[in-house]
Design a binder for this molecule. Structure first.
Ligand code: MG
Length: 157
């Protein structure tokens, strides 16, 4: 078995839809980024790549690349999962935490869990997604952006 951790954070910006965990979440602002800014999917992808020893999301899908401008992060995560499979692993389980002051994500956690499982091609019972605030501390607490942390366990095929 192999374990990996991923972290990401993106700032809120006006005039963009909010995508988190591959799900559209109603909110007044979205997340800035070269892709759709989905910090949760990026953290998950980095956890998977880290566990497999396959580098980082940024190496595989560079920020400067026109090919990935405005990209659906679900496509990036799907590609990362493909690399993990090619490396000889499958996902044992995945646990992720989203840190945001607003919007409240608990009502969307089940949909995000299902979406993550579908992107990765695994049963939703292997996926856990939780949301928390930072109790007003730091950039998340000030409502400036969203952070996400993910841990993935891989099993050798
Ligand atoms: Mg990112």
């Amino acid at each position: 078995m192999r374990i990996g951790i991923g972290f990401d954070a993106h700032p809120f910006v006006e005039g963009r839809p909010l995508k988190l965990g591959g799900v559209s979440v109603p909110h007044s602002r979205g997340l800035a980024g070269h892709s759709d800014g989905d910090a949760l999917l990026h953290a998950v992808a980095d956890a998977l790549l880290g566990a497999a020893g396959r580098g980082t999301l940024g190496e595989h899908f560079p920020d400067g690349s026109d090919a990935w401008r405005g990209a659906d992060s679900a496509v990036l995560l799907g590609r990362a999962a493909g690399l993990v499979g090619e490396a000889g692993f499958r996902v044992g389980n995945l646990d992720a935490v989203v840190i945001a002051e607003a919007p409240r994500l608990a009502p969307h956690a089940a949909a995000i869990r299902s979406r993550l499982a579908a992107i990765l091609g695994i049963d939703a019972s292997r996926v856990s997604v939780r949301a928390t605030s930072s109790n007003g501390l730091g950039f998340a607490g000030r409502g400036e952006g969203v952070a996400a942390v993910a841990v993935a366990l891989l099993e050798e095929l």
